[in-house]
Design a protein around this ligand. Sequence first.
Ligand SMILES: *Cc1c(COP(=O)(O)O)cnc(C)c1O
Length: 374
Amino acid sequence: MDLCELAPLHVRAIAPYPPGKPISELAREMDLDESDIVKLASNENPLGASPRALAAIENVFMEIARYPDGNGYALKSALSERFGVAHNQIVLGNGSNDVLELVARAFLSAQSSAVYAQHAFAVYPLVTQATGARGIEAPAKNFSHDPKAMLEAISSDTRVLFIANPNNPTGTLLKPDELLALIERVPESVIVVLDEAYTEYLPEELRSDSIAWIKRFPNLVVTRTFSKAYGLAGLRVGYAIASALVADMLNRVRQPFNVNSLAQAAAIAAMEDQAFLDECLEINRKGMEQVTTGFKRLNLSYIPSYGNFVAFRIPSGNQGNASTIYQSLLRKGVIVRPVGNYGMPEYLRVSIGLEQENSIFLSALENVIQGAST
Ligand SMILES: *Cc1c(COP(=O)(O)O)cnc(C)c1O
């Protein structure tokens, strides 16, 4: 008997999420020293975590025999104060991916559909499919979400619309006025998930006042994470802010202890360390300049990005193709991210690292491109 057939068709149809290659795996495969490997594949914070977050972890370390606070009272208090929302408007997640899944589990079923943009974050189709709902992909425009196409894609059974702003892996952004115009036109019967995983990297004038919009749009769910600018990807902690009624639905399908105690403590401390956050943003700004200048020098086109990563194009031809260049970079100990699964087979995505890491990446890239064309 084929045990796979015990799973419903919609589960069998799921293509698993391909994560960035871990350093330890490449070290094993290529017999490299872990310290010689540069990983720029998962949009992680190259400066690591705030020292204050690390100290906070040490303080709760001795208490790990106890369950975490299932209501996340202290972290919700910090978020509540920062954003001016009530505790019952906050849903904590084991990473914001967890929160995205809660939205799907709470609002989707085999009788409904979800809309997301072409080239949008891969987790949207995944969590949609897992519920048996139909995923509707709205065509992108120049790799960016196209609000008009997204509105047209909404059908009578659509319950959720996902927006990544900025989007990963394209790095594209809907400006505050464009985003507001889109949300205004979505029917109230559709939950709008506004995924702002990279919002901290935006200059002030491009940042939407999204949390304030929830008062006007009770169907709006804003999700954010501590994985990127706050450097806590390994701990898994993110959150959603929504109207109290929507947050209540999300909490009903949430596991009682989904955010561990170390993550809760570290997230609070990370939020308090504005100086560290500012330093991370500055390093990212300079690194983005360094990497894109390198692309121009190598005559490679790229998609201008508002995040901590950038997608660049390797045209197929005598320079090899994106997949061979990816492999050649691995052999040199540099891990980037192929994005063929995003419908971008000619692109690779690189995360912005420290100056030294960016240099190693750029020289390895120059080297493999020249190697491939001779
Ligand atoms: C990285 C990322 C997330 C956050 O993932 P976590 O589960 O919080 O680590 C969410 N959305 C997008 C678009 C991302 O790139």
